[in-house]
Design a protein around this ligand. Structure first.
Ligand code: TYM
Length: 336
């Protein structure tokens, strides 16, 4: 039996934080052996907000190296750079012409990001979810492992695919595969260290809200020391009045590999003075092997280049076949 296909990606904007890792990449690694996987570094998405042209290429390489350092296995997974596969841009145009404008204006992330940017909102930011739909649909992905904040974009992807199939497909021959999101409960929404009601985010101007995968031990220690807590005695999960407590316990659970029950019992009588050093040591120990592996990969640039070259070639084959299928369904004259 052929394996089902997985596709996912992360934007190469700055550093990868624990939200990206626990919400997305850790899950890619855990499920990858069961699937045929395509993981892209979505650099075209990274320019939908004002970006630093001098940093984009380096950030893209860093992200690809981090995928490998986190444990992506090339035996079952392909790693590639989105802009290296031209079909992403081309399918986006085709999907643009089928997607109603008001579907995009409803997107929560667009509204939030547009609000932050004031007047300087690009057409690309509005179109971000259509490019994401193209990423997914090009690979006939069955499953898309992401954090909870991407749920609405996945619903839009499904709606776009259904619309294309309804308008241009035949009953027994859909043009596009309808993908399912894969959102794990734990870690799906990692919150900021400075405010347990706000998502941990790359765009938070304060570094104190997030732990980056490449943070040195001193920085991790400082951030956890300064993180927001509450004055209640004893630590417990799932208390809606204690968002910071829930978030920090979940981080400890996921980084230590313990079960929720084990953590609940271990921490029930603890105060923050005891818990914070425990979380600090656990985070440092969990990130150390990733950081070491990352350094090894970055020291071998030829290897990284070859991973991305092979990944792009494989992605190109799959993506071009889908693109040809869509163009044919839409009625284009084939290449002569
Ligand atoms: P990006 O780079 O913003 O986020 C990458 C992944 O990290 C998850 N994530 C989180 N998960 C838990 N808690 C958080 N605080 C947190 N912050 C981010 C996101 O849900 C995501 O899974 N639009 C995508 C990139 C993309 C993509 C795709 C994903 C482009 N094309 C195709 C899947 C399939 C994004 O959010 O990137």
């Amino acid at each position: 039996m052929t394996k089902q296909r997985v596709l996912s990606g992360v934007q190469p904007t700055g550093n990868l934080h624990l939200g990206n890792y626990l919400g997305a990449i850790r899950n890619w690694v855990e499920i990858q052996q069961e699937y045929d996987n395509f993981f892209c570094v979505v650099d075209l998405h990274a320019i939908t907000v004002p970006h630093d042209a001098k940093a984009l290429a380096d950030n893209t390489l860093t992200m690809a190296a981090l995928y490998l350092a986190c444990g992506i296995d090339l035996e079952c997974s392909n790693i590639f750079v989105q802009s290296h596969v031209k079909a992403h841009s081309e399918l986006t145009w085709l999907l643009n012409c089928i997607t109603p404008l008001n579907w995009l204006e409803r997107m929560i992330q667009f509204k939030e990001k547009a609000l932050k940017q004031g007047e300087n909102v690009s057409v690309g930011l509005l179109d971000y979810p259509v490019l994401m739909a193209a990423d997914i649909l090009l690979y006939d992905a069955d499953k898309v492992p992401v954090g909870e904040d991407q749920k609405q974009h996945l619903e839009l992807t499904r709606d776009i695919a259904i619309r294309i199939n309804d308008k241009f497909g035949k009953k027994k021959e859909p043009v596009l595969k309808i993908p399912d999101p894969l959102i794990r409960k734990e870690g799906a929404r990692v919150m900021s260290l400075t405010d347990g009601t706000k998502k941990m985010s790359k765009s938070d101007p304060s570094e104190l809200g997030r732990i980056n995968l490449l943070d040195p031990p001193d920085a991790i220690k400082k951030k956890i020391k300064k993180c927001k807590t509450d004055p209640v005695k004893g630590l417990a999960f799932d208390d809606s009045e204690r968002p910071e407590c829930n978030n920090l316990l979940t981080l400890y659970q996921l980084l230590s590999g313990k079960t929720k029950e084990e953590v609940a019992t271990e921490c029930q009588d603890m105060g923050w003075g005891k818990f914070k050093p425990l979380l600090t040591d656990t985070a440092i120990a969990a990130l150390e092997p990733i950081q070491n592996k990352y350094q090894e990969i970055m020291d071998n640039r030829d290897y990284l280049d070859s991973v991305l070259r092979v990944g792009a070639a494989k992605a190109d084959d799959v993506a071009n076949a889908t693109l040809a299928r869509v163009k044919n369904a839409l009625g284009f004259l084939p290449n002569l």
